[in-house]
Ligand binder design. Sequence first.
Ligand code: ARG
Ligand code: ZN
Length: 879
Amino acid sequence: MSAPKPTHLSDYRPPAYRATHTELTFDLDSHATRVKARLHLERHPERAQEDDLPLELKGAKLELSSIAIDGQALEPGEYQVDDKGLTVPKVPTRFHLDTEVVINPQANTALEGLYQSNGMFCTQCEAQGFRRITFYPDRPDVMATFSTTVVGDKASLPILLSNGNPVERGELPGGKHFVTWEDPFSKPSYLFALVAGDLEKVEDHFTTASGRDVTLQIWVEKQNLGKTDHAMASLKRAMRWDEETYGREYDLDLFMIVAVDDFNMGAMENKGLNIFNSAAVLTHPQTATDATFQRVEGVVAHEYFHNWSGNRVTCRDWFQLSLKEGFTVFRDQSFSADVNSAPVKRIEDVSFFRTAQFAEDAGPTAHPVRPDHYIEIGNFYTLTIYEKGAEVVRMLRHLLGWEAFRQGSDLYFSRFDGQAVTIEDFVGCMAEVSGLDLGQFMRWYSQAGTPEVDAHGEYDYANATYRLTLRQRTPATPGQPHKLPLHIPIRMGLVGTKSGEDLTLTLEGETLGRDAVIHLREEEQSFLFTEVAEAPTPSLLRGFSAPVKLYYPYERNELAFLLAEDSDGFNRWDAGQRLAMLAIDDLIAAHRNGVEKVMDVRLVDAFRSLLTTSMKDKAVLAQMLVLPSEAYIAEQQPVVDVDAIHAARTFVKQSLALALRDEFLAIYEANTSDAPYAPEPEQIGERSLKNVALGYLMAIEDEKAVELAERQFEAKHNMTDVRAALTLLTHSSRQDLADPALKAFAQKWASDPLVMDQWFTIQVTRPQPDVLDRVKFLMEHPAFSLKNPNRVRALIGAFAGQNRVNFHRLDGEGYKLLADVVIELNRLNPEIAARLVIPLTRWKRFDDTRQGLMKAELERIRQEDLSPNLYEIIEKALN
Ligand code: ARG
Ligand code: ZN
């Protein structure tokens, strides 16, 4: 296969022809679905002056059976078809094109376009799946109204869905029936959706702010009917929130969600017909953990919010992906913060971001929030586009303040409604309403990598001034050796070391209050605070006000002080993380040098006061008690020493458990309520605190702890508690207890794939060295299938991503296993293969031996006939 070529942002041009209205008829069949399309096409006005432009439509894996223009069939010489699409050299300036193609949904294991999942038909068109359905100008700047007729066997496919409103239905000969759907809103092809199957619905209603009634439906397979309550409640909350917070109202009379078992991502915002991975919509107290309940709430909101940020206003081209994703993630994060505990939401998001997105920035696939070229857009649904994109929008919100930010958002939605636009259009609205110069700020979109900020402070007693000096640099990333300074908003306070109070900030004669945002724009900049009454400890980057690494040479007592006193909840947590990191660093060094490990008593003392002073928000306390993850610790090291990190972190955990056993036990016991399960913030906080405490107790495996874990597993109150207990038993040395528990669990849940996924994950994340055999054994389990992305993520993804000591075994067997799976998935599902391989691409971060082993596996993968997805990632990794 010849090397696939990149697409460049700078090559953007409007299409030669655009579709204004699209009529589709699907005659569904597992092996041979017939798709008739009538496209109403016209020359794009911006390209009216060019003569003789050929019509070029995208198409992949389509078998063309007929083609006509304005009712006139084309002769074979009048058009060409290749593996990329269809070309008709001579066409009128305005015409309609009729095509009929045959496609094979059953053979579609890539899960893009039209495919089958458990016998039901469904679609995934973003980014470029529509071209696997019919020949089309498959690009987001072509927006058309759609009218879709779905024909299927009435007995096996009683439900036939598409975007918009159903306008006609009826019976057809041969036991078939049909439904015609009309979507009055112009949309790009990536928002098209079709679902057909034996589905049941749960229905509810929502009255919009202007008093319109919207019917809400969640469609699932019959056995899942009892698992939709939380998604429905979340949807209604999200609809209300978007009205109240952003002034956005829903625009159709019907909003549908469908749960699908085989799905590459979390969910998809198709107009009026959101399609969800069943893992991101189904919940039940007995089958889903608190984390899943919260994820479902977030994803339901995310997809719903896309109706404005994505659908009504969409992207001009795929380089602008973060225009809709970054903004929508920011919106869903704000929603979750508002309806749950805001500080916990922020801590969770940042903790994940600093581990996973920083790692992406530090690896070979680093890219800006708006990349300037790609080979396969499917590879760009990344933490950088989504999460860093959201951080950039959050910085805009900080820079403008909420009022102006909301005005900018209103202007954006009204000015660009029904259009496909760019990131400049969005930021332009923010600049216009605020009068701010956001020119330098735009570098956040074009420059890849994690900026690093060094902070240094000096208090002058005689003059009562405090000078804060900040220096920024962004390390080189592939293709971007030199970086320019960014505009970085740093929210901060100066905490009086005696009083523990935030001191008033006066900068250049201006009083800023006790908590303020300062603007770092230069490579190095000094800020002189005056009238600083006492020596302060700086609290910097509060709330993680910018996606940067902030270094300040804190002493341990200063961190203990901030952990206890900082008025910013997020920075209290962060001070604890920094304190733990210092202790862990010492122990990593001790492990490497083979000297005795000694626990830092200051960390023990800090934890003791956390455990004994009552804290209102238990979920925040739970977060404060969680040590930095192995992955996060690894991010802080120049060369990752997998074993030393594991040993050091385990030692800290055990030392804390030994020193504070009674305190942890008291916390456990104070938080075991038997109130009926509810996914409410308070209960969730209690459960997480209790389970964190149990985790510490199980780290030393004393009899009492083991007994509590066993009892918690047996009590079966809810999946959160059951899973926590089963994980702790399975990860302990008590296999005599874990084995029967795992067996009982599997027997009970054999027919619930989402629960079996948890069963896989629990086992493959065991730290014990025999786990690799378990991984191989489980891959043969009847509940496992390489064709289902959830199974692959739960088993292979969890092993490679969460079991660091075993994935990085020194004999290379962990790497080999991953490469074997990636090679198989390259044929079955290229998008999943390209995601799964990522841990191997980070080889440069490890020691020479591991580097060699990882590279060898990448080279082995490279020998295969690679999909463009995998080709792009492997080339980046090996260059
Ligand atoms: N737009 C979807 C969402 O974030 C994700 C679609 C992903 N598609 C893909 N081919 N990776 O809500
Ligand atoms: Zn999205």
